[in-house]
Ligand binder design. Structure first.
Ligand code: FAD
Length: 304
């Protein structure tokens, strides 16, 4: 349903809607996929997931950061959640978005903000910090910052989007960096990215297989797609790949029972847990990926 997808992507990019939704707090069912608006409730969620043998990567939600002040506040929130994770002794690290840290304001400023987070991560138990992949227009800025940081820090990694034609080259460049492999969540033009599910799935499998056979660093396979997950399980078995060289990841609130099942089968599993006020853009991207997720919204409206 390409038209429906386009509508949700357009909504995710609408600044007015994002700002209004922020004031309202998670609604329309978003509370089922956002762990909480504050750090306390987020830590409670992580503790419950840890008890199921699932580690977490925490995303401080934030869209449309246009001032230095907003970027610094985001950086401080991220440092604060790392400090609280450390004190609570939970199994969690952070996933960060460089646009939230000022990438589109001043690249050097975003680099310094990210570097500060990595220094603090070192202080708080040397936890891993993942730099999320965003729109293609931000890719050059993101990779430039990662290239500077990876020389200095071991605890930094990033994400490869399988819909990009260039994804294999980007992945190969980061063979010694911890990577998350995803299909890709944004709308990209046909001269940049595959457009059909079949092409994206095919490339995704190609990337996963190549990475699992050749990487010198840990890999996260982030998908809700049972066909891909089953394929990976078989591939790992057939090729004697060490289960500790990779993990599966899913987004909080989607296919939770399936996530528990995979973790109980003895695979490493990590849940991506978003938290904070700025839920609208994140939620709209999830609806764009899978319009059936509108069920979450309908259930919420009719349960009122
Ligand atoms: P899809 O292609 O959406 O679905 C494939 C099939 O799986 C469906 O046809 C259906 O049969 C089944 N399925 C999927 N969802 C459900 C469900 N909820 N219930 C039942 N069946 C379902 N994207 C980025 O661009 N940058 C990032 O940094 C990034 N980080 C991510 C981190 C994590 C942990 C995850 C899981 C995703 C991330 N994404 C990111 C999003 C990703 O790129 C995809 O847009 C998103 O995961 C949807 O693709 P999919 O692989 O889950 O499966």
């Amino acid at each position: 349903m390409p038209v429906v997808k386009d509508i949700f992507i357009a909504l995710s990019n609408n600044k007015f809607m994002n700002e209004s939704a922020k004031r309202m707090g998670p609604a329309l069912g978003a509370n089922k996929v956002v762990a909480g608006v504050d750090i306390d409730s987020t830590i409670e969620t992580v503790e419950k997931l840890n008890m199921k043998g699932i580690s977490c990567t925490l995303d401080n939600l934030g869209e449309f950061v246009t001032s230095r002040q907003e970027a610094l506040e985001a950086q401080q929130n991220i440092v604060e959640i790392m400090r609280r994770n450390y004190n609570a002794n939970i199994d969690a690290h952070v996933s960060i978005k460089l646009t939230q840290l000022g990438l589109n304001i001043d690249r050097e400023f975003a680099y310094q903000n990210t570097r500060e987070i990595l220094l603090k991560a070192h202080e708080y138990g040397n936890t891993f910090v993942n730099i999320d992949a965003e729109k293609f227009e931000d890719l050059v800025g993101i990779t430039e910052i990662i290239d500077r940081l990876k020389g200095e820090f071991k605890n930094v990694g990033t994400v490869i989007q399988a819909y990009l034609y260039d994804s294999m080259n980007i992945m190969e460049k980061y063979s010694d960096v911890r990577l998350r492999l995803v299909k890709g969540a944004y709308k990209e033009a046909s001269h940049i990215a595959y457009q059909t599910k079949e092409e994206i799935d095919q490339n995704y499998i190609k990337l996963i297989e190549r990475r699992l056979l050749t990487a010198k660093a840990f890999t996260s396979i982030a998908t809700h797609d049972h066909n891909i997950i089953n394929h990976v399980k078989q591939f790992v078995k057939d090729n004697n790949i060490d289960r500790n060289s990779f993990e599966f990841q899913m987004l909080f609130g989607f296919r939770t029972d399936y996530a528990y099942q995979i973790a109980s089968e003895g695979y490493n599993f990590c849940m991506y847990v978003p938290f904070g006020q700025d839920w609208f853009g994140y939620f709209m991207r999830r609806l764009a990926e899978r319009p059936q997720n509108i069920n979450l919204m309908l259930l919420d409206i009719f349960n009122k």
